[in-house]
Write a protein of this length. Structure first.
Length: 318
């Protein structure tokens, strides 16, 4: 992976991603590990002027303060597909190329989305707790909700949304979607209004990008439209859902349940969600398999290598 031993480009590493990635990055570049510094501000003041590239993740990002501390920065390579924690406007004004890792995590995230959907409907996690606590000896577990043949609404028919729809076919589900504009070459009905999509759906899967434009896209009104037999699944960003409205909806029976891999303010999760039995919670692990994380990290490295060899990253932020 090395691009030459002489004059290796200087890369700021925002966080440790894995032993594999950390080692591979050090072999290919001159690495400045910000995550190891007790005084990161002071470290950047002393070394930031020489940094040409940044290796980061969607969770850590590259806020304006970090970019401004790196006057020679030319490229940002991020593990993940979300750019809501990267100041893209500032990067573009500076001519800094930004890349993510699309494609390689699509199936993994779609798998988890469908796992959350099935778990929320059939209450697999709740029934597991029921057995472990010894309550089975006192009576039967309550009846749950059928999945096959139901209506699936997808908010955001990008790569992940399409992969979720593909899995739904195996469960004979009818699929409709909403998007910024109708998608080409898909057999699913387009619904321009999210509230109407929620009103039609039995299950609503959220797969839109994060950021200011989608903040609280899933509002109280949308949850009310989804209704007392409906389930919400969010594998996008926690900010996309009005979390306080969701907590009230789950408590008051406005919706039947939810499966959440992301939260507003994560890793802090409100106690009201932790105590509820009609919501399934996972710790932002949509891409969290050995195979997918390695593929993502390989692409982070490939984007950095391509930039310093050709002047262009392989998978630029759109």
């Amino acid at each position: 992976m090395s691009i030459g031993e002489a004059m290796k480009p200087r890369i700021l590493q925002a966080e440790s991603l894995s032993p594999y990635f950390d080692s591979a990055l050090e072999q290919a570049f001159e690495v400045h590990p910000l995550w190891r510094q007790g005084d990161p501000v002071g470290y950047l003041a002393r070394n930031g002027h020489a940094i040409e590239g940044l290796a980061t993740s969607a969770q850590v990002g590259a806020p304006s303060g970090l970019i401004e501390a790196l006057p020679a920065l030319k490229v940002i390579s991020s593990r993940g597909i979300g750019f809501d924690k990267i100041d893209l406007d500032l990067a573009r004004r500076r001519g800094i190329q930004v890349s993510g890792t699309p494609g390689v995590l699509t199936d993994c995230v779609a798998d988890l989305a469908f796992g959350l959907l099935i778990d929320a409907a059939r209450r697999i996690s709740a029934s597991d707790r029921f057995v472990r606590s010894g309550r089975w000896t006192a009576g039967s577990f309550p009846l749950t909700t059928h999945v096959s043949g139901k209506r699936l609404g997808i908010a955001g028919l990008g790569e992940i949304g399409r992969a979720v729809a593909k899995r739904a076919a195996g469960f004979s589900m009818e699929v409709r979607y909403t998007n910024r504009k109708p998608a080409e070459g898909v057999p699913f009905a387009f619904e321009p209004d999210l509230e109407e999509l929620a009103r039609w759906a039995d299950f609503l899967v959220v797969a839109v990008p994060g950021g200011p434009s989608t903040r609280h896209l899933v509002s109280r009104v949308v949850l009310e439209a989804l209704g007392p037999r409906g389930f919400l699944v969010n594998i996008s960003r926690g900010t996309v859902v009005d979390q306080e409205a969701l907590i009230r909806a789950l408590a008051d029976g406005v919706i039947a349940g939810a499966g959440l891999d992301v939260f507003d303010g994560e890793p802090d999760v409100p106690g009201e969600l932790l105590r509820r039995d009609n919501v399934v919670l996972t710790p932002h692990v949509g891409s969290g398999t050995v195979e997918t994380r390695k593929a993502m990290e390989d692409l982070v490295l490939a984007n950095l290598t391509a930039f310093f060899r050709t002047g262009k990253v392989l998978t630029p932020a759109s």
